[in-house]
Design a protein around this ligand. Structure first.
Ligand code: HEM
Length: 459
C-alpha cells in the first residue's frame, strides 16, 4: 500500500472539469480505476468509484471525512448556529432531533396531508390538456412540504409570502455561492434579507405554539397540538435539556425543505417521464393500482402506499440513473486508506452518484431504465454494499428517504388513478449545469381525466 499522495493517479485540470465534470470523472475512471485524483486549481479532488471505494467514503467517521467545509455554502441559507455552522456534537444532535419528525409514526400522519394536497392540486387541472410536468410537480411539492414540515399556519395563511422568500433563498444558492458564499452580489443580498424575513415571519407563530404548549401542560382546554415537523422541533430537547431557540427551529425547517424540495420535484418528474414511456411498466403500475384498491380499499394510506412495489422500484431505478445530487463531498481530516492508496489530509474526497449509477461493474445494462432489476431475486441480491447510492449511505445517508418515497408514490398513485397520461416529445437530458440536477427543456405530458373531480367547484 502506498502511503503518500504521489501514489494517487493524477489527471485532468480546471478547464476540463468546468466544461465537462462528469466526462472527466468517467475518463479518469476508465484510465485509472476506482480511485484517482483530479487537481482543480489549487485543490486536489480524489474520486472514489465502485463498491469498495464507496464503502471507504461512507463508512468514515466525521473525524475522518468531514462535511463542515464542503457544505459551508449553505450557512447563509440555513442560518447561523445550525447544521454546518454548528459544532459537530451539536450538529449531530440537531440531525437526531430532525429525524424524530421523519419516523414512521410521523410519516403515517403526513400521508393524509400529502393526499389532500395532491387531490386539490390535480382537481384544479382541466379535463384534458398538456402540462409541463417539472414545473407542476415543483409547485405541488412545495405545497406538500409546507403542509407537513413548515406548519398549518404557513400553508393556510402565509404560503405566498413564504414561497417568495424560499425562491430568494434558492436564487442565493448558485454554483458561484459555493465558491464565494459571502460575495456581495444582489442575489446574496436578497438571500440574506429573505432568511431574516423568514425568521421574523415565524417568530409570532412559534410564540403562539409555545404558549399553547404551556397552556396544555398546565391542563387548560386548548386544541390538540399539530402533527408536523415544526411541532416536533418545538417539543424536542438537546441532551442537556435545552429546547431549540427560534432561530434554530427556523434553520432546521429550512434545511429540511432544501434537502427535499428540488430532489423530490426532480425525482417525481423523471419517474413519470420514464414510466409513461415504458408500456410494460405503465401497464404494471396501473394494474398495481387496481390490485391495491382491491386489497386496501380506495383510500391512500401509509400501508397502501407501502404495497406499491412497482412504483417503488420505478422511483428507485430513476434515482440510479438520474440522481439529483450528482456529487457528494467530504474534506479529508485524517489519512484515508483505500484501494492500495492513502488519500492525504486536505484532499476533497468525492463520490459521483451519477457516474457510479451507470458503472457496468455495478449494474447490468446500466443505461437502460429497468425497474425490474430491483425485483426480488434479481441483480440486487448479488450487489455489494454501497453499490446503489440513490440516497447516499452510511452515517449521513438521507434522513428523508421514507418521506420522499411516500411523497413521490402519492403523487403518482393519484395521477395514475385520475388521468390517462401520455409523454409528449423526446426524453429530456439532465441539466448538469444546475446545483441540483433535473431535466433540461420540455417535460410535456398530455392528460385526460378518467374520473370526475373529487372536490366541487374546481376549474
Ligand atoms: C442527505 C438524497 C429527500 C433530508 C441526503 C444525501 C443524499 C440525499 C444523496 C446524502 C448527502 C451526503 O452524503 O453528503 C435525497 C433525494 C431525495 C431526498 C434523492 C428525494 C428524492 C429528502 C427529504 C428530506 C431529506 C424529503 C427531509 C424532509 C436529508 C437530510 C440529509 C440528507 C437531513 C442529511 C443527513 C446527514 O447528513 O446526516 N439526501 N434526499 N432528504 N437528506 Fe435527502
Amino acid at each position: 500500500m502506498r502511503g503518500h499522495c504521489e501514489g494517487l493517479p493524477l489527471v485532468g485540470n480546471v478547464v476540463a472539469f468546468m466544461r465537462d465534470p462528469l466526462g472527466l470523472v468517467r475518463r479518469g475512471h476508465a484510465a485509472r480505476g476506482g480511485v484517482f485524483t483530479i487537481r482543480i486549481a489549487h485543490k486536489r479532488m480524489t474520486f472514489l468509484l465502485g463498491a469498495a471505494p464507496h464503502a471507504a467514503f461512507f463508512r468514515a467517521t466525521d473525524e475522518q471525512l468531514d462535511q463542515t467545509e464542503v457544505y459551508r455554502f449553505s450557512v447563509p441559507v440555513f442560518g447561523r448556529g445550525v447544521v454546518y455552522d454548528a459544532p459537530l456534537p451539536v450538529r449531530l444532535q440537531q440531525f437526531r432531533l430532525l429525524s424524530l419528525s421523519l419516523r414512521v409514526n410521523m410519516l403515517e400522519t403526513y400521508v393524509p396531508m400529502m393526499v389532500g394536497e395532491c387531490v386539490a392540486f390535480f382537481d384544479a387541472w382541466a379535463d384534458d390538456g398538456e402540462v409541463e410536468l417539472f414545473e407542476a410537480l415543483s409547485q405541488l411539492i412545495i405545497l406538500t412540504a409546507s403542509r407537513c414540515l413548515m406548519g398549518r399556519e404557513i400553508r393556510e395563511n402565509l404560503f405566498g409570502e413564504v414561497s417568495r422568500l424560499i425562491h430568494d433563498l434558492d436564487e442565493g444558492m448558485q454554483p458561484l455561492s459555493v465558491l464565494a458564499p459571502y460575495l456581495p452580489t444582489p442575489a446574496h443580498a436578497r438571500r440574506d434579507a429573505a432568511r431574516e424575513e423568514l425568521r421574523a415571519l415565524y417568530t409570532p407563530i412559534i410564540k403562539a405554539r409555545r404558549a399553547a404548549d404551556a397552556a396544555r401542560a398546565a391542563g387548560e382546554a386548548v386544541p390538540p397540538s399539530e402533527d408536523d415537523m415544526l411541532q416536533t422541533l418545538l417539543e424536542s430537547r438537546y441532551r442537556d435539556g435545552r429546547a431549540m431557540d427560534d432561530n434554530e427551529v427556523v434553520g432546521m425547517l429550512v434545511a429540511a425543505l432544501f434537502a427535499g424540495q428540488h430532489t423530490s420535484s426532480i425525482t417525481s418528474t423523471w419517474t413519470g417521464l420514464e414510466l409513461l414511456r415504458s408500456p410494460t411498466q405503465l401497464a404494471a403500475a396501473l394494474a398495481e393500482q387496481d390490485a391495491v384498491r382491491a386489497s386496501h380499499g380506495e383510500e391512500l394510506t401509509y400501508s397502501s402506499l407501502g404495497a406499491m412495489d412497482v412504483l417503488h422500484r420505478a422511483m428507485k431505478e430513476t434515482l440510479r440513473m438520474y440522481p439529483p445530487l450528482i456529487f457528494l463531498l467530504r474534506k479529508v481530516l485524517s489519512p484515508r486508506p483505500v484501494g492500495g492508496y492513502t488519500i492525504p489530509v486536505g484532499d476533497v474526497a468525492m463520490v459521483s452518484t451519477q457516474v457510479s449509477g451507470r458503472l457496468p461493474e455495478l449494474f447490468d445494462n446500466p443505461d437502460v431504465w429497468d425497474p425490474e432489476r430491483f425485483a426480488p431475486g434479481r441483480e440486487e441480491d448479488r450487489r455489494a454494499p454501497f453499490s446503489y447510492l440513490g440516497f447516499g449511505g452510511g452515517r449521513h445517508g438521507c434522513m428523508g428517504e421514507g418521506f420522499a418515497y411516500l411523497q413521490v408514490k402519492t403523487i403518482w398513485a393519484v395521477l395514475l388513478r385520475t388521468f390517462e397520461l401520455t409523454a409528449v416529445g423526446p426524453l429530456p437530458l439532465p441539466d448538469f449545469g444546475a446545483m441540483v440536477v433535473g431535466p433540461k427543456g420540455a417535460t410535456t405530458v398530455r392528460y385526460r381525466r378518467r374520473v370526475p373531480r373529487a372536490t366541487a367547484g374546481a376549474a
